[in-house]
Design a protein around this ligand. Structure first.
Ligand SMILES: [Cu+2]
Length: 145
C-alpha cells in the first residue's frame, strides 16, 4: 500500500520537476544579525530546450535572486542575473566567488546542519523544489547530502 501511495505521489509531482535538475543545494551559515545569505547548487538542464528561471523563493528569507560575483577595479561586486536561462544540456555550478542565490531579509540566522526548502519558478509555469543544507561559515563546497 505504501508503495502504491508513493507511486501516485511521484506521478502527480512529476510535472514539478521539469527538465531542470537541482542538486547539492547548500548554504553557508550566517553570523547572528546578518540579514543576507547565499545558496549554492548544481543546476542541470537535462532537456532539449532552454529553461528560464524567473523567480526564487524560500520561507527563510524575504527575497531571493540569482547573482553573479564580478571583480570591478579590484573590488568584488555582485549583480542580479535573474531571470536566468539554463541552455539545453547545460550544467551551471553556483559556487562561492561566482554565481549564487542571494537571500535578503533572512528571518533568522542560518545554522550549520539546518535544512530548508527553496523553490525555483520557471517561465513555463513549472517549479523545482530544492532541499538546502546549511554548511559552516567558511565552507567552500557542498557539505555531504
Ligand atoms: Cu549576491
Amino acid at each position: 500500500m505504501k508503495v502504491l501511495i508513493f507511486s501516485i505521489l511521484l506521478f502527480q509531482m512529476a510535472p514539478l520537476f521539469a527538465d531542470l535538475e537541482v542538486t547539492e543545494g547548500w548554504a553557508r551559515a550566517t553570523p547572528p544579525g546578518m540579514p543576507m545569505g547565499a545558496i549554492y547548487a548544481k543546476i542541470s538542464n537535462t532537456g532539449g530546450s532552454d529553461i528560464e528561471i524567473i523567480g526564487i523563493s524560500t520561507p527563510v528569507a524575504r527575497a531571493a535572486e540569482i547573482h553573479q560575483s564580478i571583480e570591478v577595479e579590484g573590488m568584488m561586486r555582485m549583480r542580479e542575473i535573474t531571470p536566468f536561462i539554463v541552455s539545453a544540456g547545460e550544467t551551471v555550478l553556483l559556487a562561492p566567488g561566482g554565481k549564487h542565490i542571494m537571500l535578503m531579509g533572512l528571518q533568522e540566522g542560518l545554522k550549520q546542519g539546518d535544512t530548508f526548502p527553496l523553490r525555483l519558478q520557471l517561465s513555463n509555469d513549472q517549479a523545482v523544489d530544492v532541499k538546502v543544507i546549511t554548511g559552516g561559515f567558511g565552507q567552500m563546497s557542498a557539505p555531504k547530502h
